[in-house]
Design a protein around this ligand. Structure first.
Ligand SMILES: [Zn+2]
Length: 427
């Protein structure tokens, strides 16, 4: 190596840390909440656009970056939505907002969601927006994606748009290899045995899971019935999403999920919140108005007046059934991850994550456990650092009020830092 080159490299090494220092942010006097170990400590938090640098009891000396005093406020790792669709929000009577992945990623950031897992949309768009984001060309919450939804020909997902279908083992190999090449973050498979649409057979499901695992990819199985849960367990799936429609997850089945290490993304709010959107003050929340257009909220108000008593009774019964399943999962220590299934009725991008947490607490989770479901546990599933320690992602949410005292306080967002960029949120 020439002398000039050595001097040049030394100069670069010397310059780079100086540049990073200029972008550092020091959050002072806040209470740091770490759901991974359920700790609440008053400390200063130092981060840059790459990582959390550290947490300190004493103010670091000679600090020259941006200092933000957050006395009386609470800092959490940014939330991750483990099940979403970048389709935009919709309301009854065909009122819709159209949003692609990059717009959705911008919107949810306002709700403290700094990461989202898209489990089916326009594959090409998802791939492209994620690539642009990874190159730093577009912002928004970190986009993770299954890119496609692997289902039987004519199966669930295919009614919403173009998706990859699997009729046999050869097709499973081809599609999963293609998705692995495109660096899908997870693989989504659909099992809807006993439903109206064709389903992957338990055998093909198992084969597909083994293929995904051979590529080092985790698998989330969309389930519809109790039989689908049994198939997902037998197939060694890493997670199931949704709750069964044909009955309650029994204590025994919950125990079986626990023993096999299968986590559950129940999308409880998606299944139970439409009723509350219609008949409670849920949509009066400031955060709801922040993430969607007034016409979407108006669409729900209109639907409420059209609903019959029988429809109301059915909705209430469904809600009770779902809560019973969740109670058994909690009792069996099955980890729940927060996913909204946003893009569907009864959800709003970003906002519904907060509803999911409140419902987990209503079903028996402690606020700490609910917070972990959207922070440390989700990050663990995605293979990311789970805490607020040095080396973790520089994505945090700052709340005005303590979510440990009242889980609904997750909605009191003061500011969001994503990849080291500070955004004050006006609610
Ligand atoms: Zn979904």
């Amino acid at each position: 190596m020439s002398k000039k080159l050595i001097i040049f490299i030394a100069l670069i090494i010397w310059i780079v840390p100086q540049t990073v220092t200029a972008q550092q942010i020091l959050l002072t006097n806040g209470t740091l909440l770490d759901p991974s170990n359920q700790s609440a400590r008053k400390q200063h938090l130092l981060l840059d656009d790459n990582q959390i640098i550290g947490r300190f009891d004493e103010m670091p000396e000679n600090f020259t970056g941006t200092k933000i005093d957050i006395s009386g406020k609470f800092v959490l790792p940014g939330f991750v939505d483990m099940h979403t669709h970048a389709f935009g929000n919709r309301a009854p009577n065909t009122v819709t907002e159209t949003m692609g992945p990059s717009t959705t990623a911008q919107v949810v950031l306002q709700a403290g969601v700094t990461g989202l897992v898209d489990l089916f949309g326009n594959e090409q768009k998802l791939f492209e927006h994620r690539r642009l984001q990874q190159q730093g060309l577009i912002g928004g919450a970190d986009i993770y994606a299954s890119l496609s939804c692997l289902t039987a020909p004519g199966g669930h997902c295919s009614q919403f748009g173009k998706t990859r279908t699997i009729a046999n083992e050869q097709e499973a190999i081809e599609h999963i290899t293609a998705l692995a090449k495109k660096q899908a973050d997870v693989i989504k498979l659909v099992s809807t045995v006993g439903g109206k649409l064709p389903s992957l057979s338990p055998q093909l499901l198992k084969f597909a899971v083994s293929q995904a695992h051979a590529h080092g990819l985790k698998v989330i199985v969309h389930i519809h019935t109790l039989a689908d849960i049994e198939s997902a367990i037998a197939a060694n799936a890493d997670a199931i999403t949704h709750l069964p429609d044909d009955g309650t997850i029994s204590e025994r089945l919950a125990q079986k999920l626990s023993e096999h290490g299968v986590v559950v993304i129940p999308t409880l709010a998606c299944d139970t919140d439409e009723y509350e959107f219609l008949f409670s003050n849920t949509l009066d929340a400031k955060l709801a108005a922040k993430v969607t257009a007034p016409r979407i909220i108006a669409g729900y108000r209109q639907k409420a007046s059209q609903m019959t008593n029988e429809q109301k009774r059915n909705a209430k019964q469904r809600t009770l059934k779902y809560y019973q399943s969740i109670k058994h999962l909690i009792a069996a220590n099955v980890p729940l991850l927060s996913g909204t299934d946003a893009g569907n009725y009864g959800t709003l991008q970003g906002f519904t994550l907060h509803r999911e947490l409140a419902k987990f607490v209503a079903a028996g989770y402690s606020p700490w456990q609910a917070l972990a479901s959207a922070t440390s546990d989700s990050r663990l599933f995605l293979g990311k650092p789970t805490d607020l320690d040095a080396g973790a992602q520089p994505s945090v949410v700052i709340l005005n009020n303590s979510p440990i005292e009242d889980i609904n306080n997750t909605q009191t967002i003061f500011a969001v830092i994503h990849r080291g960029v500070y955004r004050k949120i006006k609610l």
